[in-house]
Design a protein around this ligand. Structure first.
Ligand SMILES: [Zn+2]
Length: 414
């Protein structure tokens, strides 16, 4: 399985200038290529192949006075910027014709200097190395100090250098990590993800968002409010903006660490984990949006999924719609009405249910039934690649959030 290992890095002033230049060159190649394809389309010309595009916006461009400076950075990062664009196009096409599942992928967008996240990727071809003194040697950048919070499990195939909106630098390595199956256990669990509690399990556990996360979220709201009061384009506004970015980084770091701990515990303790598929993107369009994003459900379920694959567990989303909260898990009767406010209810059969625990029990039962029906029909759990959204143009998040290792101290990067 491919995983990302992230480390904070501390480039000096000169290296920061070189990195800014590299970010800029990669962005220009990406945008030139996108514009070239868009213009071809407007003129009714055929789709430009990846190879032709590379010749046009890298090889030939370097020979022109307008783009001669592209020669000052590693050619690999330019090719990788182009690879990002090609991947974005492929995802867009696959999504359009329905090959790619999940939410619709938008067409590639131009990158901007003002994007929250700036990044360049070096592959093995670029010959990046770790020096004896433990610095990361990057071509045409230099030997950059890195805080190695843990050791790399194997030789990385690539490293992405990221600058986030809080002004922090990260080295994100892609490495092959071996599967580590855990001894089998009998226990299976259903999880109901919700708003009142982050998660409620079929064995009766209720997990709330931790106080530390709520505090981080509150700080972010405060910083946002302060920002909205600042004048446009003033120095104070820039300062307030950085404050928001820092508060945001703090909150997402806290949330990720916490989600790692919870998902690891659940995967360790259970052989099978079932989660109701919330169709988060559907919910996100309603007014529940903020809560949905705060809760970080999709991040959490993605962690459950890849950890299950890595540790020899089974994970499934229950995608069949069923009234998990209204169905009595004891007798199977469906309650006719149930206001969202009522946390417990009594069924005609005489059993009083906690609304959320009852739902989790139903999710477990539905998962088990689905799996029994499936037995023999499928060759077992399929290959689950670590999320590699990095190749999919730019993102809103600051640091790669999924696809990281279980105990990821390197991610606690403040
Ligand atoms: Zn009942």
């Amino acid at each position: 399985m491919q995983l990302r290992y992230n480390y904070r890095m501390y480039p000096d002033a000169q290296q920061r200038v070189a990195l800014a230049h590299a970010f800029g060159c990669a962005r220009v190649v990406f945008n030139d290529a996108l514009r070239t394809r868009q213009e071809a389309r407007e003129q009714g010309l055929p789709y430009i192949s990846d190879g032709d595009l590379s010749k046009q916006v890298i090889t030939r461009a370097k020979a022109t006075p307008e783009r001669a400076w592209l020669g000052q950075v590693s050619a690999v990062i330019l090719q990788q910027a182009l690879a990002d664009l090609n991947m974005a196009y492929r995802n867009f096409f696959a999504s359009m014709v329905g090959i790619r599942k999940g939410p619709k992928v938008a067409s590639p967008k131009f990158r901007s200097k003002k994007d929250a996240r700036q990044a360049v990727r070096f592959t093995k071809n670029a010959r990046f190395t770790v020096t004896e003194s433990g610095r990361l040697r990057l071509p045409k950048i230099g030997d950059v100090p890195v805080r190695w919070s843990r050791s790399l499990p194997s030789e990385p195939s690539s490293v992405t250098v990221i600058k986030d909106s809080a002004g922090r630098y990260f080295a994100s390595f892609v490495v092959d990590a071996a599967d580590r199956p855990l001894p089998e256990t009998d226990s299976e669990i259903g999880i109901d993800l919700g708003l009142t509690h982050f998660a409620v399990t079929s064995d009766g556990r209720k997990v709330s968002n931790p106080r530390i996360l709520r505090r981080a979220a509150r700080k972010l709201r405060k910083a946002n409010k302060a920002l909205s009061r600042k004048q446009n384009a003033s120095a104070n506004r820039a300062k307030a903006k950085l404050k928001v970015a820092k508060a945001y980084a703090k909150m997402t770091d806290t949330r990720r660490d916490w989600a790692h701990k919870l998902s690891t515990t659940l995967i360790r303790e259970n052989q099978t984990v079932y989660v109701e598929d919330l169709a988060v993107s559907g919910l996100a369009r309603t007014k529940l949006a903020t809560s949905v994003h705060d809760a970080g459900w999709s991040q959490f379920t993605a962690m459950l999924e890849y950890k299950a694959a890595r540790y020899g567990r089974h994970f499934a989303r229950i995608d069949r719609w069923f009234p998990s909260s209204k169905l009595c898990s004891t007798c199977g009767t469906i309650a006719t009405s149930m206001p969202l406010a009522s946390r417990s209810w009594m069924c005609g059969c005489g059993v009083t249910h906690d609304r959320d625990i009852n739902a989790a029990i139903n999710i477990l039962a539905a998962g088990q039934a689905e799996r029994r029906n499936d037995c023999g029909a499928r060759p077992g759990p399929g290959h689950v690649p670590a999320p590699r959204e990095e190749a999919v143009t730019r993102r809103k998040s600051h640091v790669r959030q999924a696809g990281m290792d279980v105990n990821a101290p390197g991610l606690r990067s403040t």
